[in-house]
Design a protein around this ligand. Structure first.
Ligand SMILES: *Cc1c(COP(=O)(O)O)cnc(C)c1O
Length: 222
């Protein structure tokens, strides 16, 4: 199937309230242009250098979502144009995003990444670390960031039961945090879960942002 057809098919299948982040990492600007011409506006990238070079050559109404592991020393390169940073996994990073956002006079939207997978290698706060940070209220002193919800990656497994369990646990945490720490916030409303292999389960468990790459663009060549 062509990139344009995949974009249309996936977008048509998504329920109201769920948005597609087309994960274009490792694919050229031309592939993004094909998706753009089919109406797609939100794209996800996982490398700072790659996202900034694509931003420079592609239409300015694209919403760029950073979905990778962001190093603090690289925040400055994307602060002026990024629409949403999905993978915030430390207070230190949140503070740096706040600092760089202030410099460019913006409020930068962020999601807190929670580690829900069995693999050790995936990034993110544990539930406890995340609650500790919010309990300390330090984030409320950062006026140039907006915490818009949570992001996570499920275990890399074919076991649907396991994946569903991880997603539904995350949804519980999301509901709890929303009630305890963000009840006055209009921004805290996003749950970024679901990739090519598991987005249908993620939607059933409450996803509002699905991050789909290979199902649209084909396999990546690293
Ligand atoms: C690469 C990536 C995706 C997309 O994965 P696919 O399996 O190609 O859909 C989604 N989320 C994150 C965080 C990624 O790094």
């Amino acid at each position: 199937m062509s990139i344009a057809d995949s974009i249309r098919e996936i977008n048509n299948s998504l329920p109201d309230g769920v948005k597609l982040v087309a994960v274009s990492k490792f694919h050229p600007a031309d592939a993004i242009k094909q998706a753009y011409n089919a109406g797609q506006r939100i794209f996800g990238e996982s490398k700072v250098q790659e996202m900034t070079s694509k931003y420079e050559v592609l239409p300015k109404d694209i919403e760029w979502h950073f979905i990778g592991h962001l190093q603090t020393n690289k925040v400055k390169y994307i602060a002026s144009f990024v629409s949403l940073i999905h993978g915030v996994d430390s207070y230190k990073l949140l503070k740096e995003i706040d600092k760089q956002a202030e410099k460019v006079g913006r409020k930068v939207k962020c999601l807190l990444q929670i580690h829900i997978a069995q693999e050790e290698t995936k990034f993110g706060f544990s539930s406890e670390e995340c609650i500790d940070m919010l309990e300390n209220k330090l984030h409320t002193e950062l006026n140039n960031i907006e915490i818009c919800g949570l992001m996570a990656m499920a275990s890399n497994t074919d076991c649907v039961v396991q994946i569903r369990k991880e997603f539904s646990g995350l949804k519980c945490l999301y509901d709890r945090l929303k009630q305890e720490y963000f009840s006055n916030s209009d921004s805290f409303k996003e749950l970024s879960i679901g990739m090519s292999g598991d987005y249908e389960i993620a939607i059933e468990e409450g996803s509002t942002l699905v991050r789909i790459g290979s199902k649209i663009f084909g396999n990546r060549e690293y």
